[in-house]
Write a protein that binds this ligand. Sequence first.
Ligand SMILES: *Cc1c(COP(=O)(O)O)cnc(C)c1O
Length: 375
Amino acid sequence: MVKDLTWIEVSKEALTKNIRLFRRLVGPDKILCPCVKANAYGHGLVDCARTFLQAGADWLAVNSLYEAVALRNADIDSPIYVLGYIPLDDLEEACDLGLRIVVYDMETIERLGKIGKAVKVHIKIETGNNRQGVLIGDLVNFANFARSFGNIEIEGLSTHFANVEDTTDHSYAEKQLEIFNRAVEELGAAGIEIPVKHCANSAATILFKKTHFDMVRPGIGAYGMWPSKETYISHLKENGSDLELVPAFTWKTVVAQIKDVAAGEFIGYGCTYKTGSAARLAILPIGYYDGYDRGVNGAYVLIKGKRAYVRGRVCMNIIMVDVSDIEGVELEDEVVLIGRDGDEFISAEAFAGFAGTINYEVTTRVNERIKRIYI
Ligand SMILES: *Cc1c(COP(=O)(O)O)cnc(C)c1O
């Protein structure tokens, strides 16, 4: 077998703890539906799905049909909710797999009606994200159209917040919630009761109990990451207590070469870095192909629990780091790219800081080809 030069260690214990935290937060009666889209935020679709279910999750949310197929092929028979668009020609397969489908256009309803197989749908309401969704003025008509087909059951009603994690000012989310509540009322007035109403992502689940309704859909929090600094600050302000989410993700590689360079040498493409004094470099066999962002600025990795700063540009398959101040580094020593090593910790948030992005993008971007090891 070929040895892996880079791998990700995923802590099942951390995933389990996070699901149990969410369970405690919402209580026993709500449907807990963690999102495993985007390869479980980079943590590995099938293993995370299994771990979440074992930890007490009720449903799973995916983005695309292919992800639902992968879960069913792995004998996962829990309810699966598909958040994203399913092409008309694939709707029959979605019915056959018993998936819950989000709906917001007439064409999808029409095709489901024509297929004639039993299917549970969740109507998405436009409340201010302007992504997917039925306008509230069209809602009752839309629901009645769906109900005119005997095989279509309206099981759910959903919406998605546009501005809950990016701010400590939650007035926009409040406005969206108002519209959502109005939608529930209007359907009720038309004699349509919907059993599974849901709108909460991680931030809403953590911050606002009134967003829990019948089901919550946490994503990032289930992997032990906070949606944002603002959410963390709001949580401390609103709830006054900590919520100990545990990151589950550690990305590792090994030292592939050690080399001494003299003062005044250039390092890497573009000759962007010039040594001021003699330095010892470790060459690491990962690069932007693997998902190590080429745009990082001030980034470091951890070797023997110490920081080794990236020097020069990130290459496709290689980065160079400075180990001048780290004693005894040897070929094939383990390196932490994201995660903990002794007292040092490079969180996904810290890496996002290097790369000018958010934690969500950091873990989801790590190449799917890289092996996830569950510990
Ligand atoms: C991804 C997603 C979520 C989860 O969001 P987090 O911020 O990761 O908790 C919830 N609902 C929908 C519709 C999503 O697309």
